[in-house]
Design a protein around this ligand. Sequence first.
Ligand SMILES: Nc1ncnc2c1ncn2[C@@H]1O[C@H](C[S@+](CC[C@H]([NH3+])C(=O)[O-])CC(=O)[O-])[C@@H](O)[C@H]1O
Length: 334
Amino acid sequence: MDLRPFEPFLGALGDSRLARWRGVLADGIRTRLDTRRHGDLPHWESALAALPSPPRGQLCLAEDCVGIAGPVALPEPVLEDLVKQLMALHPWRKGPFCVHGLRIDAEWRSDLKWRRLKDAITPLAGRLVLDVGCGNGYYAWRMLGQGARLVIGVDPSLLCVAQWLAIDHFLGRDAMAVLPLGIEDLMALADAHLDDPGVFDTVFSMGVLAHRRAPLDHLRDLRRLLRPGGELVLETLVLAHQTDQVLVPTGRYAAMRNVWSIPTVGVLVGWLRGCGLTEVRVVDVSPTTPDEQRATPWMRFQSLVDQLDPLEPQRTREGYPAPVRAILIAYRPD
Ligand SMILES: Nc1ncnc2c1ncn2[C@@H]1O[C@H](C[S@+](CC[C@H]([NH3+])C(=O)[O-])CC(=O)[O-])[C@@H](O)[C@H]1O
């Protein structure tokens, strides 16, 4: 993979407030693609190259599905080939996507989280949006569908980038991309090349905070990326108690090796305020259920149900409280 698939998007940055990011991001992507080679990348690249190429489709956002519809139905053999190439990008964690009638039933019903937050956020029409840890871009398509001017998704996983490229292959939209960068890459690039990275109208960080070893640094970074008055949408694992506690799992949490901290909602609100964010509000607290996160033919590994105690499903197999996630909104002061 080289810079070419990202060039239309980088070009689109040129006539926006993000113009100064254009060269910076191009350098970052080049470096990451060099150093983050992945053994499966050639396999994913062959699948992308072999995707059928019907005429460009339209982005169709149904309640439960990010869809692509074209002017003509794809013939059966072409659909079979489509399944084969998209399956080569297994596991699909985030979705569902509907590609010319083919439903990619991903591990997560990501539509459910979107439903919880979409009416609580400032409408995205015309806004410059950053989605940190965006996965394969499922939500970034939704953000574009709400009329965002540009959406930068960043995620260090090359499989996520490959899945975005597969979906974008059928849409060819320049105003959104999943770039192979971690938040730390973005901050290092900003520190080295930009006076002030605070340009985004809305910054999303969903499903990332618990995986950061230094959660307060993450919140400070998110604040720095917002323009004054900009909105942060934060989603993360929380403890459902009323106390001021932070769970720091010893070993795994729900089979995940990289969960470092799970605060109560009260602590999380305090962290946001302590990092200089204001008007903090909690818009949702929901347990994650096996209806929302489950194994499917598009994600054949173990999933949430395997990570919960079979006799006491309100606990993980390690004995911790089962996953509950909260969505909070906050602002960088003007
Ligand atoms: N350093 C990093 N910087 C940025 N992203 C990272 C980093 N390390 C890992 N990630 C990425 O953060 C994402 C976390 S998933 C949330 C996806 C989406 N937001 C969702 O809300 O469904 C967790 C979940 O499923 O809850 C993965 O795609 C990682 O590759």
